[in-house]
Design a protein around this ligand. Sequence first.
Ligand SMILES: Nc1ncnc2c1ncn2[C@@H]1O[C@H](COP(=O)(O)OP(=O)(O)OP(=O)(O)O)[C@@H](O)[C@H]1O
Ligand SMILES: [Mg+2]
Length: 404
Amino acid sequence: MSVDEIFDKLLSSESIFKNKRVLSHDYVPEILPHREKEIQKLAYILATALKGGKPSNVFMYGKTGTGKTAVARYVLKKLSEKGERLGLDLSYAYVNCRYRKTNYRVLIKICDEIGCVGLPETGLPTDAIFDKLIKYIDMREKLVIIILDELDWLVKTSGDDVLYQLTRINNELERSQVSLIGITNDLKFREYLDSRVLSSLSEESIVFSPYNAQQIYDILKQRAEMAFRDQVVDDSALRLAAAIAAQEHGDARRAIDLLRVAGEIVDRNGDSKLLEKHILMAKDEVEKDIIEMTVSELPLQEQLILLAIVKAHSNGNGSGKITTGVVKNIYEEICHELGYKPVTLRRINDIISDLEMLGIISAPVVSLGRYGRTKLIHMEVPIKSIMKVFEREEKFSIVLAKNK
Ligand SMILES: Nc1ncnc2c1ncn2[C@@H]1O[C@H](COP(=O)(O)OP(=O)(O)OP(=O)(O)O)[C@@H](O)[C@H]1O
Ligand SMILES: [Mg+2]
């Protein structure tokens, strides 16, 4: 089919979507089914603000796609609308730390969100920005709620200095007050957070449990009605998408992705109804995308170890005989080639466990008799998807190209 023909085909056939935007990641619907309790709890905590008090700090956690961001954004939006109607001076700053991993960038974003604009994107010491933030907030005599979403990214990358300062900010403010809402999907985050910071951050906490298949179905049904034209989505397709996402630790984002991609496939194929088979096709596409994103976001040392595993695989060790020792040797060669300092064996083992947690590999410990124990590493995802990420980066592609 020529490009012109593709365009003509697309123009002549009607899309099954009526409003695709409602399937985008940042869309928050007016009703969030199965999150009534969490919404109420957060609303109760924050309602103090409407009477001029300082709400407790809140720590919200739960696995990915369980509605934490959606609930926080929903309640904050309602609160600020109510505040405005009552003529109260309260404002909030929403920061996603995944995209602003440094203390400096997080502080700048907070300033930006509450209207303290014009600060340089780099250059000043963090303390100077912090002082400006304090002065700005105090000058306006108001309550500021700071939401630090995906907070683990900040702490993992830059430590907990700023978080610590933020939990103590009220000691420095004379006329205003700040409440914090910290959000994370890293269930181990609490363990590596300083205990003083943790206790001050989690004056209240809200746990988000994974959705089951029925709950995801309800969420999908609501979205499908808004997103697609009438009667184009088969109910069994919704059930299947919900079942798949429920297996994936109850991730509503995954379910909505499946629905969106399946709709795109229907349009592309010129089909008229969204059926189970489209969900299955979408599943493959979405999985590929997720693997690629996960790998490309890994820290450097994790990527190097994974690269060593991939290389061990293509060197013919694919039949389940990749031991930690094999990986270590190849990894050290790669470090040497690229000029990086290799990490210790202990750290290599930690990284292998991390990769296992992400579902990229499996690495059961096996006994080698009198030679001790080792991990036997298997790839759990198609190696092609991982290669695709590495091949995009010159330094990695050089390593992959060698002695193939
Ligand atoms: N109860 C719900 N009703 C309707 N949509 C929901 C519900 N829960 C989650 N969603 C939708 O699912 C997607 C994922 O939700 P959200 O972004 O809130 O997850 P999260 O818990 O913040 O995940 P992460 O930890 O990965 O950031 C969003 O598009 C959101 O609108
Ligand atoms: Mg989120």
